[in-house]
Ligand binder design. Structure first.
Ligand code: AMP
Length: 192
């Protein structure tokens, strides 16, 4: 399975990505997690990313693209991958398409999580309290939602035009949403 997962912050991408990757035995590549690990370890990449992350801005495309291309070359991605949090801009999506075309392994689907803004704000406030994520304070949350709307939402059309978009209603209990996703992906595989 080669899949990208799209959705605003708080849509449940991370939670579902782990479950989908397990189901299809493919690598779960979460760019936010990679950045957070690098920040915690104090690496050069972490230092390059931190100020953007703390503000709720996107890390520059060239930094993210280089990191993801390296990660996709690792062995575990050969069996397939699920990208959680990448691409977030059209430039990132184009870079991914180019690389996958070179490898002859195009994407199979782009999974888009549909959630209302009201539900997102409720979930993100809960996550801020539970996990102490620096980027989950209210002002930053609003900024991240704006960044999503401006930079990332256009990817929904980008993938729709390519016939790859699968939209899933992401409101409901975790297991119910997982089931919806797996049903949609299985249907897509049968028809594709
Ligand atoms: P996430 O955990 O996916 O919400 O990502 C946390 C933060 O990491 C984002 O708010 C960005 O600052 C940064 N980040 C993660 N993925 C990307 C990406 N594909 N492009 C730019 N910045 C990213």
């Amino acid at each position: 399975m080669r899949l990208v997962v799209l959705g605003p912050p708080g849509a449940g991408k991370g939670t579902q990505a782990v479950r989908i990757a397990e189901q299809f035995a493919c690598a779960d590549v979460a760019t936010g997690d990679i950045f957070r690990a690098n920040v915690a370890e104090g690496t050069e990449l972490g230092r390059a990313a931190q100020e953007y992350m703390d503000r709720g801005d996107l890390v520059p495309d060239e930094v993210v693209i280089a990191m993801v291309m390296e990660r996709l070359a690792e062995r575990d991605c050969q069996a397939g991958f699920l990208l959680d949090g990448f691409p977030r801009t059209v430039a990132q999506a184009e870079a991914l398409d180019r690389r996958l075309a070179e490898l002859g392994t195009p994407l199979e689907a782009a999974l888009s999580f549909d959630v209302t803004e009201e539900e997102l704000l409720r979930r993100l406030a809960g996550r801020a309290a539970a996990q102490h994520r620096a980027d989950d304070v209210e002002q930053t949350i609003r900024h991240r939602l704006e960044v999503f709307a401006i930079k990332t939402r256009p990817l929904i059309d980008y993938y729709a035009h390519r016939g790859l978009l699968i939209s899933v209603d992401a409101i409901g209990p975790i297991e119910v949403v997982t089931k919806r996703i797996l049903t949609a992906l299985e249907g897509n595989r049968r028809s594709g």
